[in-house]
Design a protein around this ligand. Structure first.
Ligand SMILES: [Zn+2]
Length: 466
């Protein structure tokens, strides 16, 4: 038994209660009790204590859209429109990656997440040519919770010589589906449920050419149902996507998703930046979830997803940091602020997406987005003990009048002091206990530099260097 004491507990429970002078009793991997510290400390004097004096206790943050294998590409493709970004930098570099790059990239990503309060993430594309078992084991070893979406893609992609994706990098339809099923059988529900394995199909889009193969998506949907797992897929993320769906299929992107079984509570759509008003009811009626990445959308100049309208229509919208290359960080606290600012300026109304709204998106809505709201996303008795302590006693987060406002608008990941997942402490006093931080940074620097060299990508500031 572990007793977290003297915290302000922001529970994000159904009543959204905030308990001051609180304590949280953790038994094994679950929250056993939440209440006033004096009461719990007197009744559980035998429990080991973790003093959180002056800190906020929150449910662990959930990053519902990440590309762990792009952490090594941080700073490699900045200030570029998305086509040259993908075609001239990201794809050539992805083609050069070796399994060791993928592993250190994942470790770097998880290290950054732990240090900024993220306890659970969705890794949206995990290609077959990486060693999936090694990556899954790395998540287990670092103590995090994750959905690993195995990349699956249709044969149509391989029939065109113009495909910019390096041949041999990805396995084709039968092979990729079989490999995904093998990953699900081996790892879905592993480590006491900390790991989930989903399908991460290729986005239907003109690049790579002919990647849209409608029946392929029906097949994935059937397989996901058969194995009791989920699907996450990028959709309608760029301004070119709706005209493509219109031209190719005579329908809007969400209509395509509905027609080919890419809707429902086990489907997490990524971006949806270009969903129109008329597509929102499709998401709401089918209980399809969306993950929004405001920083990446803004940095890439991609557009503004209709998040306030979707939330008003009852669509679950989670938050995600996206990738090292297009956001450049995996800090969910900064992402909450980005979400609020983006929608307030777009609607020209500062009440559009409040600090509380952003915190819901990063916690309980993230849990709902991955179908785990019964276990994650709030501090409640019986739920998994995924708890973070945030130290607001810093110059940039004082004075504290409204702790949620300070958390969302003034804090950043560096305010996170302690991180616990399933009752296990992963970081205490900003010291990561589950990995050798210095070794990860050193290897990431060496492998990142070598990767750019192999890919023939030179990166330098736009200003002269003397
Ligand atoms: Zn993405």
């Amino acid at each position: 038994m572990l007793l977290i004491t003297n915290v302000t507990a922001v529970t994000v429970d159904a009543q959204r209660r905030i308990v001051t002078d609180a304590a949280i009793l953790v038994e094994d991997e679950r929250i056993a009790e939440i209440g006033k510290a004096t009461d719990l400390m007197s009744r559980h004097s035998d429990a080991e204590q973790l003093d959180g004096r002056g800190m906020l206790a929150l449910p662990g943050l959930i990053d519902a859209h990440a590309h762990s294998d792009q952490a090594l590409l941080r700073g490699a493709a900045d200030d570029l429109p998305w086509r040259p970004y993908l075609q001239e930098v990201i794809w050539p570099l992805l083609g050069q990656r070796i399994p060791e790059d993928a592993l250190i990239s994942l470790k770097l990503c998880m290290l950054e997440m732990i240090k900024s309060g993220t306890t659970c993430f969705v890794d949206s594309i995990v290609p077959s040519h990486y060693d999936f078992d090694i990556l899954a084991q790395a998540v287990v070893d670092m103590g995090m919770r994750a959905v690993l979406a195995k990349y699956v893609l249709p044969d149509a992609l391989f029939e065109r010589d113009a495909s910019p994706v390096v041949k041999g990098e990805f396995s084709a339809e039968e092979e990729s589906l079989a490999d995904a099923v093998r990953g699900i059988q081996a790892w879905h529900g592993a480590a006491g449920g900390r790991l989930q394995v989903w399908f991460g199909p290729l986005v239907p889009r003109e690049e790579p050419p002919a990647s849209a193969s409608p029946d392929f998506y029906r097949r994935i949907s059937q397989l996901a149902a058969e194995h009791g797992t989920g699907i996450t897929i990028h959709l309608a993320g760029t301004i070119d996507d709706p005209p493509f769906f219109e031209r190719e299929f005579g329908m809007l992107p969400a209509e395509f998703a509905q027609r080919y079984d890419l809707v429902g509570p086990n489907v997490l759509l990524i971006n949806g930046t270009w969903f129109s008003e008329e597509e929102i009811p499709i998401l709401a009626e089918t209980n399809t979830r969306l993950v929004h990445s405001p920083s990446a959308n803004m940095k890439m100049g991609e557009g503004v997803a209709k998040v306030p309208q979707m939330r008003a229509a009852g669509v679950t919208v989670a938050l995600g940091c996206d990738a090292g290359a297009n956001n450049n960080c995996h800090d969910m606290i900064r992402e909450m602020k980005a979400a609020s600012l983006l929608h307030n300026v777009t609607m020209m109304d500062p009440t559009t997406l409040t600090a509380e709204d952003a915190l819901e998106m990063a916690t309980i809505d993230g849990a709902r987005a991955i179908g785990r709201e019964d276990e994650l996303g709030s501090l409640q008795v019986g739920k998994q003990a995924d708890v973070i302590l945030v130290d607001l006693q810093q110059p940039h987060t004082m004075p504290i009048h409204d702790p949620i406002a300070n958390l969302v608008y003034a804090a950043h990941g560096g305010n996170v002091d302690t991180v616990m997942v399933a009752g296990k402490v992963l970081m205490r006093g900003r010291e990561v206990l589950v990995a050798d931080e210095a070794a990860i940074l050193e290897e990431a620097q060496a492998r990142g530099a070598a990767l750019l060299e192999r890919g023939g990508i030179e990166v330098a500031p736009g200003w002269p260097i003397e």
